[in-house]
Design a protein around this ligand. Structure first.
Ligand SMILES: NC(=O)c1ccc[n+]([C@@H]2O[C@H](COP(=O)([O-])OP(=O)(O)OC[C@H]3O[C@@H](n4cnc5c(N)ncnc54)[C@H](O)[C@@H]3O)[C@@H](O)[C@H]2O)c1
Length: 340
């Protein structure tokens, strides 16, 4: 896109369901920078609802290939908010049409697809951003800054959690209940967040993954709870706990990093720092951030500046790799009891 010709990034959203409302908020929060010109969904109801939220001026489509062909140069970038099994074909078509991509997690559902997507993004030269919105969570941003600044020394152990109780009616008979359309269970969905947070905070390559999985309450084919251990090339070890069947004691999102000279832990916009030798942790209060709209703003700025996103297609693939290895280590879903 030539920003001298087009001052705004012209976007389309594919998948106008639940989470696209927050993506739309991100577009509306950047009126001078971004405009949603089209929506694509197979559901007329969702198309209407999202179009209304966006002011009513979007062109509406049922098929993304038709949308890409009809809009042509009138489109700069596409925001994909589809069920998981449709990520790979949508990313491929959008990139081949020469449009930049922001795509919800997961990158896709298999490593073979992920390898092809890495190639497609490289071949086409489009800018690809993995929608890893919790990288914009204030406690994660602040913890990373302090780790890089050496405030807790060498990272030795990390924990990243995302747990909440999902009402059992939410997933029953929906695309998230099926291995085919979800690509797995909880870990490839909500569990993607604590996984990319863990990798980001560790700042080192993954060299080993072990896991145990369970299905306690949810009527789905995959797991609803995963406990994953990750070993890093740096020597650090990490743990992910993620669940749709239990809550965390304080808030659904949690991080904790222990270093050679201190520790950091927190949730949302509160971080705690305990340097070795001190008895009382220091509380660090941060400005709250709505992470999905913040990420959409970051994406449109990068579409203009052409600066690589913090997590592009390669990082999306690495996160999926950890999840696939965790699932394999836990003997896959065969180890679970029959669906409830
Ligand atoms: N970052 C987060 O915190 C977060 C939260 C929820 C969902 N998500 C992710 O967002 C994505 C969408 O999840 P959701 O909860 O919004 O799901 P959803 O079911 O609410 O929305 C999906 C939409 O895609 C549409 N759709 C299905 N097939 C289509 C097709 N062939 N062409 C066009 N549209 C089609 C559906 O009609 C629906 O409107 C998933 O990748 C999910 O993991 C992320």
């Amino acid at each position: 896109m030539d920003s001298a010709v087009s001052p705004k990034v012209h976007l389309a959203i594919i998948g106008a369901g639940g989470i696209s409302a927050e993506h739309a908020q991100g577009i509306l929060a950047n009126p001078g920078l971004a405009e949603c010109v089209a929506l694509c969904d197979v559901s007329d109801e969702n198309l209407q609802k999202r179009n209304e939220q966006l002011g009513g001026g979007c062109r509406l489509f049922h098929d993304w290939r038709t949308m890409l062909a009809e809009l042509g140069d009138g489109l700069d970038a596409v925001d994909i908010c589809l069920p998981h099994h449709l990520h790979a074909p949508a990313i491929t078509d959008v990139a081949r049409a020469g449009k930049d991509v922001l795509c919800e997690k997961p990158l896709c559902t298999t490593l073979a697809e992920a390898d092809r997507l890495v190639e497609v993004v490289r071949e086409t030269g489009v800018l690809y951003q993995s929608a890893h919105n919790q990288l914009f969570m204030p406690c994660v941003v602040e913890a990373k800054k302090r780790i890089v600044a050496g405030e807790i020394g060498e990272v030795r152990w990390l924990r990243s959690q995302d747990c909440f109780v999902n009402p059992v009616t939410v997933l029953k008979d929906k695309w998230r209940a099926s291995l085919k359309t979800q690509g797995g269970g909880e870990l490839i969905d909500t569990g993607y967040h604590p996984t990319y947070r863990l990798l980001h905070l560790a700042g080192s390559e993954v060299v080993g993954v072990r896991a145990s999985m369970a299905r306690f309450t949810q009527p789905i084919e995959g797991e609803d709870t995963a406990s994953v251990q990750v070993r890093f090339a740096s020597g650090a070890i990490g743990e992910i706990l993620t669940s749709w069947s239990m809550n965390n004691p304080h808030g659904s999102h949690q991080i904790h990093v222990a270093g050679s000279t201190g520790q950091l832990w927190g949730s949302h916009h509160t971080l705690w720092l305990l340097p070795d030798g001190e008895k009382e942790p220091r509380q660090i209060d941060l400005e709250p951030v709505q992470t999905i709209p913040a990420q959409v703003g970051d994406f449109v700025r990068r579409v203009r500046s052409r600066e690589r996103p913090l997590h592009s297609v390669e990082e999306g693939r690495t996160v999926l790799d950890v999840i696939v290895r965790a699932t394999t280590d836990a003997d896959g879903w065969q180890a679970l009891a029959k669906p409830l």
